[in-house]
Design a protein around this ligand. Sequence first.
Ligand SMILES: O=C(CO)COP(=O)(O)O
Length: 261
Amino acid sequence: MSRKPLIAGNWKMNLNHLEAIALVQKIAFSLPAKYFEKVDVTVLPPFTDIRSVQTLVEGDKLLVTHGAQDISKFDSGAYTGEISGSMLAKLGCRFVTVGHSERRAMHGEDDASVLEKAKAALRHGLTPIVCVGEGIDVRQAGKHVEYNTESLRGSLAGLSADEVSKVVIAYEPVWAIGTGQVATPPDAQEVCAALRAEVASLASAEVAAGIRILYGGSVNAKNVGDLIAQTDIDGALVGGASLKGDEFATLAAIAAGGPFV
Ligand SMILES: O=C(CO)COP(=O)(O)O
């Protein structure tokens, strides 16, 4: 089964709503429509930017989609500071990352809470991008494959095969995030292949063949081609390089098969 690559830009806590508009315009106008037949491109701004991005995307009928970086596991009510799936859906969000390692490390999220957030996303028609990834200690101990497959199992436990088929998975080794120390393509492939095999056992071989698995961690326009050439890597979750319009557009164009913009 052929899987359309997905390039997702995780802006993290960067850019105000005016800067967001400028960046989305830059990306959209750098990528002619034909590229979007070959690659899906999405941006994941901070919550405070989403309404502005939605207005631009819908007003100008852009082919770039948008999403969010987090979602509440609750649907509404007395949850100060939380943002619900229905609010994100109303803002036109298509994707939402759940379980990013920065949230796991700094906000106490674990596989069980990631699962609740993935369910909330699915309840509201959003595609959860479920993130897993090992720290350097796990990698050095040679336990990265088991660590990530177990984390994925916990983050998808109890979902139906149909629900699993609607998820995107992102493998982001913590030691590669923001360090410039990208995983080698074979190292990234090893884990992504194991994650796909895990999906086959959680859901079915057919679901596993169709699901998109992204790599994230120091992806840039120079290394993305070799990463997505790997059998089980279907795109990238990009941090730092997604904040530069030219580089992100080039990266998406490479994922579409070029020629480069
Ligand atoms: O965490 C990441 C994307 O979610 C990766 O960030 P960098 O691309 O900046 O390493």
